[in-house]
Structure formats: structure tokens, C-alpha cells
Design a protein around this ligand. Structure first.
Ligand SMILES: [Zn+2]
Length: 308
């Protein structure tokens, strides 16, 4: 990479949800289970809740350890339902200096919620996270990146400072496919056309896509399916025009036994999870630690305020 100056930043984020929140499992129109409880019960039976608590704590610790070793901060987009059940995990994340943002109340497509349900998901998750953290929650990412102007308006109404739910991918899985010109770097959206630059005060942090292919690129899932070289290629391309973003999940670092047999989707979307992904992520971190800044969105906004 030749053109990445010291000022270019890779924004790091973690969606704090588990394998049963994946769209093939729950929360989407074609999901295998209707609720998180039924997904957990199907795989683990009555031992499920204790098992999930242990897995989440261990995986979060692994992520925190990795971030600590690189001295990176990250934004953790936390589901309200996770925060309510496991507040100590959230407190541990905060104690290490990372940012807590909201990922909604439950992990379902916002298009499945009516207006009151959407407001409740946005407002309730913000309140739960602020009560636990004692800090203002500034950012939001919609589950499954299902996002339109209605979803943006709900964030403006609740005083959010930024969103990170846009992805200029081609249409796939019944989502994405906006026709507006692709944007790979942070921007202020038009309130009525959130995929276009506008005059609003809220920030939008898009998930970068692969050049030409126009498939989602800035995620742990893409790294696992396409390989770490392709992730670097896509992130470097986005970094040529500005700062960009990468996100991953605790379940990327976890090989869940027995899940691959439950469906073709589970088999496909959990490819290379566990130790193989941890190695890929470490390589990616090492690469960007040498080349630019890596930080959470809160710190990026703070630096920007200071310099303006
Ligand atoms: Zn998620």
C-alpha cells in the first residue's frame, strides 16, 4: 500500500452478539428459529443459558486481550438483550477503555418492526447501555445492516451522534442494493436519502465493499470466507479515499460444535471460525498497526473535534 498516510484511520468495531443472532439462525424472514431462546434450546438444551454466559465471557476476554496487545481501542455495538443478561461483560469492556454503542434491543431486521417497535428498540437499548456504563451512548448499528431513512430518523430522534449501518453492496439476501453512488468513508448523510452525502449533523460510517465485486468486505465474515489478503485489498482501497471501518463478532473466534450440521447456511457462514480466524485477525491487526491509526469511533470523533 503506497498512499496511506499517517492520518488514515481504520475504525475498529465489534458487534457483541452470538451465533444464534446470525440472520440464518434468528431475526430474519427466513431464519431457522423464531427466538433466541429456541435456538439456544435446540443446540444446548437446558444447559444453554449457562453455556452462553460462559462462551460470551471467554470470547470477550479473548477479544480484549488481543486489542490490549495491539493497544487498539474498539467500538462494541452491544445488543440490549445481551447487556441486560450479562452486564458484567459490558463493564469489563468499559474498564479497558473501549466504547459501548447500541446494536438495538434484539437482533432482528428493523424492517420487521413497526414504528413503535423501532423506537422502543432504539430507545430501550440506549437506556440499558447508559445505565450499565454510566456513559452516554453515541452510536448505533442496526442488526443485519437493514437500514433505510426511517431507521436513520429514529436515531436522530433519540439523539445519536452517529450510525454505522450502511453498506454499498450489491443486492443480496434480500437486502442492500442501493442505487446511489458508492461511499466508502465517513460522511454526513442526507436525512431523506441516507445513502447520499447531505447536510445533517449525524455521522454515517459505512461498511466498505470489495472494489468492482461490490460485496460486503469490512467484516470478520468476509475475512473468513474470502481470506485475509482480500480483506486487506478492500480496506486499502477504501483507505485511499479516507478513513474506513472493520468489524467482527465474538462468534468469529468460536468454533461452535454441532452447528455446521444444522443447516447449509450455518456451515457456510461459520467457515473458518475459531482459531483460523483468530490468526487472520492477528495478521490484519499487525498489518494496520504498522500502517495507520486504529481506533474506536468515539476516539475518532474526539480527535476530529479537537482539530476543528
Ligand atoms: Zn449483529
Amino acid at each position: 500500500m503506497q498512499n496511506l498516510s499517517d492520518k488514515r484511520t481504520l475504525l475498529l468495531s465489534v458487534d457483541l452478539d452470538m451465533w444464534y443472532h446470525c440472520r440464518w439462525a434468528t431475526g430474519g424472514p427466513k431464519s431457522m428459529w423464531h427466538t433466541t431462546e429456541s435456538a439456544i434450546q435446540a443446540l444446548y438444551g437446558d444447559a444453554g443459558p449457562a453455556r452462553i454466559e460462559k462462551d460470551l465471557a471467554e470470547l470477550t476476554d479473548r477479544i480484549l486481550e488481543l486489542l490490549r496487545s495491539f493497544e487498539f481501542t474498539a467500538t462494541f455495538f452491544v445488543l440490549g438483550e445481551i447487556a441486560r443478561c450479562y452486564p458484567n461483560v459490558i463493564k469489563r469492556i468499559i474498564s479497558e477503555g473501549h466504547e459501548i454503542a447500541s446494536h438495538g434491543m434484539h437482533h432482528e431486521d428493523a424492517s420487521r418492526l413497526d414504528d413503535a417497535g423501532l423506537r422502543a428498540s432504539v430507545g430501550d437499548s440506549k437506556k440499558i447501555l447508559e445505565d450499565i456504563s454510566g456513559q452516554p451512548v453515541q452510536g448505533f448499528r442496526y442488526p443485519n445492516l437493514v437500514f433505510t431513512k426511517r431507521e436513520l430518523a429514529a436515531l436522530v430522534d433519540h439523539g445519536f451522534r452517529y450510525d454505522s449501518s450502511t453498506c454499498f453492496s450489491r443486492r443480496m439476501f434480500g437486502k442492500f442494493g442501493v442505487k446511489d453512488r458508492m461511499i466508502q468513508n465517513p460522511y454526513h448523510p442526507d436525512i431523506d436519502r441516507p445513502f447520499c452525502q447531505g447536510e445533517s449533523e449525524i455521522w454515517e460510517f459505512p461498511i466498505p465493499v470489495f472494489p468492482v465485486l461490490r460485496l460486503p468486505a469490512g467484516s470478520g465474515i468476509a475475512t473468513r470466507l474470502m481470506g485475509v489478503s482480500w480483506s486487506k485489498f478492500a480496506l486499502d482501497a477504501a483507505l485511499r479515499t479516507g478513513d474506513t471501518l472493520y468489524y467482527f463478532h465474538p462468534f468469529d473466534l468460536h468454533r461452535v460444535k454441532g452447528l455446521g450440521r444444522t443447516s447449509l447456511n450455518a456451515y457456510f457462514f461459520l467457515q473458518n471460525a475459531g482459531a483460523p480466524f483468530e490468526r487472520q485477525l492477528t495478521r490484519l491487526f499487525r498489518y494496520y498497526a504498522k500502517r495507520g491509526n486504529v481506533m474506536c469511533i468515539r476516539d475518532w470523533l474526539r480527535d476530529r473535534e479537537r482539530s476543528s
